[in-house]
Write a protein that binds this ligand. Structure first.
Ligand code: NAD
Length: 433
């Protein structure tokens, strides 16, 4: 049985650990956050991810998955150590590598036998070499190790399915044998495996996220033009998506991208380019268009209710997308702050993100359900396209509101139907609707 250590029990690390355990490896998941590890030992998940609790429980029960805060324990008899720590944005948009550096130092101090270090964190091009340098420098005595980049492409909300059925596995290393060994670990996933050099693998992750973000900003730009010209972005996207050179995915106009990956990764890629004297024009436009979406939402609400002072706005959803409790860089944060700054009262409901959101938005009145969030409101904004919002009793919502107005920031409703119920309805990019 292969023995793996996964460093970091966040969205990527915990899913990686549980999935590899499920595939038959013995996995120790390690984190410096004692609360998270204590919780996991009691069966309490540190994050919300569909199916994760059952997967963790099954593999802990089978004796294949355990948790620790100790590097000495984590690296004991381990063949592979996966780094899955956060790489948030620094002040100038660069990726902040402090957690990766600290993990690499700890690995160096506790390495006991030859090891393959697999980096799953999204890191600037060149970080694999940097990690190797740190480990080399901090080792008490020289023990051989290899660094392999294995960027992660899973999506929060469908992370287990994405991990188990990846579109591809990208591996980058200066040592082909080490990459081959990591490839063997991934064989049960039956995905195409691409082996390349370290820097190229690191770049593939950034280029992929930047491309997807570009698609989102593109469709949002087209939505703006649709509004001005009287076309419907939803149907435009369907018509475009039939073309297999374009494809139907990532063509939903709305409040723009958010979360813990796209915003920071596009910024980091632009930063890397600028550091090398390049002018990342397209990436700058992608970032600018995305920031404008949040301003656009506040402006549309203002057009609907007038001066915000004394008005109550209800938010349906807070997470940056459905099926996650991740609030990092969620559009709801900026929009709520702007509304509160303009003296509006804000009520909100999210099926899973309110626990995390409460401390980030202490002035927002968190409500037990969508109907409560709508009560007494002058307008509602659909912030997150949770399925449960698609099936709401809108007549009940209408009767609970002070004035029945909906800004559908995710285009989940049929404008005609909602208007027939007596709402003022505004969607995104729906020119004549
Ligand atoms: P996260 O913030 O959810 O989890 C990171 C974990 O690492 C935390 O629990 C933290 O306590 C722990 N940690 C920090 N420093 C540590 C150290 N020195 N030793 C041990 N543990 C340490 O992060 P995440 O969302 O899982 O993202 C991890 C990486 O994967 C990032 O680089 C991210 O860009 C990338 N990624 C994320 C996603 C996603 O959907 N979240 C998808 C693909 C790639």
């Amino acid at each position: 049985m292969k023995q793996l250590c996964v460093i970091g029990v966040g969205y990527v690390g915990l899913v990686t650990a549980a999935c590899f355990a499920d595939l038959g490896s013995r996995v120790i998941a390690l984190d410096i956050d004692k609360n998270k590890i204590d919780g996991l030992r009691r069966g309490v998940m540190p994050i919300y991810e569909p199916g994760l609790e059952e997967l963790v429980e099954r593999n802990v029960h089978a004796g294949r998955l355990s948790f620790t805060t100790s590097y000495a324990e984590g690296l004991k008899e381990t063949d592979y150590v996966f780094i899955a720590v956060g790489t948030p944005s620094g002040d100038s948009g660069e990726a902040d590598l402090r957690y990766v550096e600290s993990a690499a130092q700890s690995i160096a101090q506790h390495i006991q036998s030859p090891l393959i270090i697999v980096n799953k964190s999204t890191v600037p091009v060149g970080t694999g070499d940097y990690v190797a340098e740190i480990v080399q420098r901090h080792q008490p005595s020289p023990i051989p190790f290899f660094v392999v980049s294995c960027p992660e492409f899973l999506r929060e909300g469908s992370a287990i399915g994405d991990f188990m059925n990846p579109h591809r596995i990208v591996l980058g290393s200066l040592d082909h044998d080490a990459a081959e060994k990591v490839a063997q670990l991934h064989l049960p996933l039956r995905a195409p495996i691409m082996i390349t050099d370290l820097r190229t693998a690191e770049m593939i992750k950034y280029a992929s996220n930047a491309f997807l973000s570009t698609k989102i900003s593109f469709i949002n730009e087209i939505a703006n033009i649709c509004e001005a010209l009287g076309a419907d972005i939803k149907e435009v996207a369907v018509g475009m998506g039939y073309d297999n050179r374009i494809g139907p995915h990532f063509l939903e106009a709305g409040l723009g991208y958010g979360g813990s990956c796209f915003p920071k990764d596009v910024l980091a890629l632009a930063h890397m380019a600028k550091e090398k004297g390049r002018h990342p024009q397209l990436l700058q436009a992608v970032i600018e268009i995305n920031s404008d979406r949040r301003r656009m939402a506040v402006n549309k609400l203002r057009e609907m209710v007038g001066d915000f002072k004394g008005k109550t706005i209800g938010m349906l959803g807070l997470a940056f997308k459905p099926n996650t409790d991740d609030m990092r860089d969620a559009p709801s944060l900026n929009i709520a702050h702007e509304l509160l700054k303009a003296s509006a009262k804000v009520r909100a409901y999210d099926p899973v993100a309110m626990g995390v959101a409460t401390s980030l938005l202490p002035e927002v009145n968190m409500c037990p359900d969508a109907y409560s969030a709508a009560t007494g409101c002058d307008a509602l904004i659909v912030m997150t396209e949770w399925n449960e919002f698609k099936a709401l009793d809108l007549e009940r919502i209408r009767d609970l509101m002070h004035s029945p107005k909906i800004f559908d920031g995710r285009n989940i409703y049929d404008p005609e139907k909602v208007r027939t119920l007596g709402f003022q309805y505004v969607g995104v990019g729906r020119g004549y609707k």
